[in-house]
Write a protein that binds this ligand. Structure first.
Ligand code: AMP
Length: 285
């Protein structure tokens, strides 16, 4: 496993690998890797001779009140997971390498960042857009892989890459779940045993809503109420949002239009841990 820590080294390596005929896939992560990350690395390894996994806990996407300092970090363990999944290179820069003294650029993607996670986490998507642009410039991949788990983030990244004309394909892969349906997340380690058991309620709420849509329900408020009612059976759980919106724009719709794609979006707090999940559904499809 090659572990690269500077942008300059990364760019030289990519140039040499490409000259030697390899295509490049990349998987941007914040480390604390799990099977969700591994599935992205495996997907990339099926298509590309070189798979670079970046591991960088990006401070600018955390609000001051969030969990930056306690975010789980373990490069040794991550290296094993990357190797087992077929990754060939790790890019693990320091904060100073990515944000050297005097750094003063921020990328703002408009529109879709104003709702849901963007509204609840001010500045979050500016941090995401800026670091993703920097990572894509450093790794210059042919294809970059992201998880549907962070649904709104995938829309932000697609918009960023399109608007800036970055020469790379964005591929989004399905959410990998635990046996009870809980979406894998580096933050699940914050849940105690009782909270961990309760956390499967997100998946149950999503499945219930999807079943309602499959059975012909088209009223957004009915679907949203049903998701909320499922979630609120859990004592101590609070809901940030439980919504059904248009999949491409995140626009609300009172009545789900036929033959369109919608997305169910959930964000809740269980104890002190904030969890998000989502599911895309085709209406009448
Ligand atoms: P993170 O390390 O949480 O920033 O995630 C890095 C990448 O892995 C992002 O594209 C995430 O959407 C993706 N990811 C996180 N959890 C999962 C999961 N359970 N299944 C699939 N992809 C995931």
């Amino acid at each position: 496993m090659r572990i690269i820590t500077t942008v300059a080294e990364m760019q030289t390596l990519v140039r040499d690998l490409r000259a030697a005929g390899s295509t490049i896939g990349c998987v941007p992560t914040m480390g604390a890797l799990h099977d969700g990350h591994a599935s992205l690395i495996k997907s990339a390894a099926e298509q590309h001779g070189t798979v670079i996994t970046s591991i960088f806990v990006n401070p600018t996407q955390f609000a001051p009140t969030e969990d930056l300092s306690k975010y789980p970090r373990n490069l040794e363990r991550d290296t094993l997971i990357v190797a087992q999944a077929g990754g060939t290179v790790i890019f693990a820069p320091t904060v100073d390498e990515m944000y050297p003294s005097g750094f003063s650029t921020s990328i703002h993607v408009g529109g879709i960042t104003e709702v849901f996670e963007g509204a609840r986490r001010p500045g979050h998507f500016d941090g995401v857009a800026t670091i993703v642009a920097k990572l894509l410039i450093a790794m210059s991949p042919d294809e970059a892989y992201f998880g549907q788990k962070d649904y709104q983030q995938t829309l932000v990244v697609r918009t960023l890459v399109r608007d800036l004309g970055l020469p790379c394909t964005i591929t989004v892969r399905d959410t990998v779940r635990e046996a009870d349906g809980l979406a894998m997340s580096s933050r699940n380690v914050y849940l105690n045993e009782e909270e961990r058991a309760q956390a499967s309620s997100l998946y149950r709420a999503l499945i219930l809503a999807r079943t309602m849509i499959e059975n012909g329900e088209r009223r957004a408020t009915e679907i949203e109420h049903a998701m909320s009612a499922t979630l609120l059976q859990i004592p101590g759980l609070t809901i940030d949002y439980a919504s059904v919106v248009m999949a491409d724009t995140l626009a609300t719709c009172d009545v789900l239009p036929e033959k369109t794609n919608v997305v169910l979006l959930l964000a809740v707090r269980i104890g002190t841990t904030r969890l998000i999940d989502n599911m895309r559904c085709t209406v009448g499809g």
